[in-house]
Design a protein around this ligand. Structure first.
Ligand SMILES: Cc1ncc(COP(=O)(O)O)c(C=O)c1O
Length: 448
């Protein structure tokens, strides 16, 4: 302990929170504080280094927000294993301990419902090869097609390698270390990991049946918020779609702030609720992202982003420092898929089939006395008595579901598991009875 304190003392340029942050990060970089090192209690450090407990606490909160250290209940505060930074929640949500007969933990679309890519691939030629690395990164014909089917008249569009690529780019461009960003509770684990990795504080806003909870959003805005990230429809994990009324109210609440609105429409064309965007009321600071992963295939790795011209130009410029642009070959495949009548029919079928699967599962759970929220998408957010017991019990029966904890931003009284019922064909629907029994072991099954 003494050694550790002198290590910090030697590296502390000034007796402030910033100084202590500098000392800890320098000691980690030099390998003097290896991952997993347990740090002394705040009071001990304060006394030994001649700082106030408030100063140490401020330094700790900065280090925690950047993911450098972690506070884990009785284990105390430890230096984070950097190799594990950034994907903690994601891995916890999806980690597999066994092979499943039926894996409903994944959130992925049913490959049987994805459109046939062969006609689009056959249509490709070598035309359209860029003449410069600084060419417009988006096919103009694709922008025209997107603009015709967009929830608001957006000023500009770009294309990214999927929704998470867009959100990471947006986060790196619009958010700074220490910023507060409002996010949905429960929310999407990779988004929470991303904010953690950037040292951005995620402020949880509960989601109800109509979207973001307005009083909580209003309260969060009492202090500056750099951005609000929301899923406008088929919210993952709850399946909630924002109503038009709520979207207008959210826009009204936000009009008193200068927060950027980031909308992640990950279900895109497989959602049966209409596309909706706060951009209708706040076009000058809304970035609306639509993924084509669920509708056209996760391996196409494409999403479209709309926003005000200046912000889209900033994203494009930032992207030139990395991958530059999303392949125009893939953009041309997407253009073909979005305009081809057969593909449009296949997508109509997929949308109806996902809606049918979801409502069959919702109805079956209701017969067991289990009510689930939401109306759309691939997932059900199922309340459980004991989350870990439900996950383990289903795993022992060969069924994978995702634990709810990695999706939580706020402390929750009610535990949940996320079940990707979009993967359940008619012949597999009876697994819902097993899920109900695992989620409510105390309640006798009504269905035999
Ligand atoms: C809410 C949400 N955002 C983003 C993604 C990732 O989308 P993409 O494959 O386009 O990166 C998903 C995928 O499940 C998601 O559910």
């Amino acid at each position: 302990m003494r050694d550790l304190l002198s290590v910090l003392e030697q590296r502390m340029p000034e007796p402030t929170a910033r100084g202590l942050v500098t000392a800890v990060t320098a000691a980690i970089r030099e390998g003097v504080l290896p991952p997993g090192t347990r740090l002394p209690p705040i009071r001990t450090i304060a006394t030994q280094l001649g700082l106030s407990p408030t100063t140490v606490s401020a330094a700790w909160s900065l280090l925690a927000r950047s993911g450098t250290i972690r506070t884990e209940g009785r284990r105390g505060t430890t230096v984070t294993d950097v190799g594990a930074i950034g994907t903690g929640r994601y891995r916890r949500a999806l980690q597999h301990t066994s092979e499943f007969r039926l894996d409903l933990s994944t959130g992925v679309p049913d490959s049987r419902l994805l459109p046939d890519l062969r006609p689009a691939l056959r249509s490709l030629t070598t035309a359209g090869t860029p003449s410069s690395y600084l060419d417009d990164p988006v096919l103009p014909e694709l922008v025209d097609v997107l603009a015709d089917d967009w929830p608001y008249p957006a000023a500009a569009f770009t294309i990214t390698d999927g929704a998470m690529d867009a959100i990471e780019l947006i986060a790196r461009t619009t958010m700074r270390f220490g910023d507060r960003v409002a996010v949905e509770h429960p929310g999407f684990p990779p988004l929470l990991d991303l904010l953690d990795a950037l040292g951005v504080e995620a402020v949880g806003i509960p989601v109800d049946e109509a979207g973001l909870d307005l009083p909580a959003l209003t309260a969060a805005l009492q202090s500056p918020v750099a951005a609000v990230v929301l899923q406008p429809r088929a919210q993952n994990p709850t399946g909630v779609s924002m109503t038009e009324h709520r979207a207008r109210e959210v826009a009204q609440v936000l009009s008193g702030s200068d927060a950027v609105v980031v909308e992640d429409d990950s279900a895109g064309a497989i959602a049966h609720d209409p596309a909706i965007s706060v951009g209708r009321w706040l076009p000058d600071r809304t970035l609306h992202v639509r993924s084509f992963s669920k509708s056209h295939g996760p391996d196409l790795r494409l999403a479209a982003v709309s926003g005000p011209s200046a912000l889209i130009a900033e994203l494009t410029a930032r992207r030139h420092l990395g991958q530059g642009w999303s392949s125009r070959l893939l953009q041309r495949i997407l253009l073909h898929l979005l305009t081809d009548p057969r593909t449009i029919d296949q997508l109509d079928h997929a949308r109806r089939e996902y809606a049918r699967r979801r409502s069959a599962a919702v109805q079956r759970l209701a017969e067991h006395g289990i009510r689930v929220a939401g109306s759309d998408g691939l997932n059900l957010w199922v309340p459980v008595d004991d989350e870990n017991a439900a996950v383990v019990r289903l795993a022992s029966q060969g069924v994978g579901v995702a634990p709810g904890a990695p999706f939580a931003v706020l402390p929750d009284q009610q535990r949940h598991v996320r079940v990707t019922v979009g993967l359940l064909g008619t012949e597999e629907q009876s697994v819902i009875d097993q899920i109900a029994a695992a989620c409510r072991p105390g309640i006798p099954s009504i269905i035999r």
